[in-house]
Write a protein that binds this ligand. Structure first.
Ligand code: PRP
Ligand code: URA
Length: 204
């Protein structure tokens, strides 16, 4: 578990938490915080080195060496996708659709489409909320079954219950988040959290 406490991240998180933040601003700030979190989550991805020519002569360079696959968990994870693609335009994209039942909070899968060759890739799973952890574990199970080896999960708010469940089922997955909140309420929402991320993102 990597707690990302950069001041710009915390500033964006405050805007997302604020109940009065309208959807338009919420969407923009979701992109901003995702850029910062994805930068942190890819800090140790390997680079290749070489030499190029600037107008003044040769210069050594380092460029991204590993192949990155980004996997948003639908629907809320889509709010983070553009940010990751802005940072890594060459990344391939997989999609996993999961929906929590409103009464039981148990997640069920309604869609999955993943790129091939996950084993050789650095997989960034993006889902803003890690609550019970049921959705994350289901998505991670799918990624593992599809051969993913190096998986990093980026979320914007996590609950201790969700972190514990992911650590129990997928101890080698790195979780990047700026916030570990108090816990879950009776409806399995994160407290204090920021509410329903998907609804706030899309105005539903
Ligand atoms: C939210 C969120 C996570 C999940 C977290 O999605 O984006 O996927 O809940 O909860 P959990 O850890 O208890 O599984 P939701 O199912 O509400 O769907 P949505 O993205 O379509 O809004
Ligand atoms: N999903 C959300 O969007 N928010 C929560 O607090 C829990 C699950």
């Amino acid at each position: 578990m990597h707690l990302v406490d950069h001041p710009l991240v915390l500033d964006a998180l405050a805007t997302l938490r604020e109940a009065s933040t309208p959807s338009e601003l919420f969407r923009r700030v979701a992109v901003r915080i995702s850029l910062l979190l994805a930068t942190e989550a890819t800090r140790d991805i390997p680079v290749v080195t070489g030499t190029l020519r600037t107008p003044l002569g040769p210069a050594g360079f380092r460029r991204l060496g590993g192949e990155v696959v980004v996997v948003p968990v639908l629907r809320a994870g889509l709010g983070m996708l553009d940010a990751v693609l802005e940072l890594i335009p060459g990344a391939r994209v997989g999609h996993i659709g999961l929906q929590r039942d409103e009464l039981t909070a148990v997640a069920s899968q309604y869609y999955a489409k993943l790129p091939s060759n996950l084993r050789q890739s650095y997989v960034l799973m993006i889902d803003p909320m890690l609550a019970t952890g049921g959705s994350a574990v289901a998505a991670l199970d799918l990624l593992r079954d599809a051969g993913a080896h190096d998986i990093r999960m980026i979320c914007i708010v996590a609950a201790p219950e969700g972190i514990a469940l992911v650590e129990q089922h997928h101890p080698d997955v790195h979780i990047y988040t700026p916030a570990v909140d108090e816990g879950l309420n009776d409806h399995k929402f994160i407290v204090p959290g920021l509410g329903d991320f998907g609804d706030r993102l899309y105005g539903t």
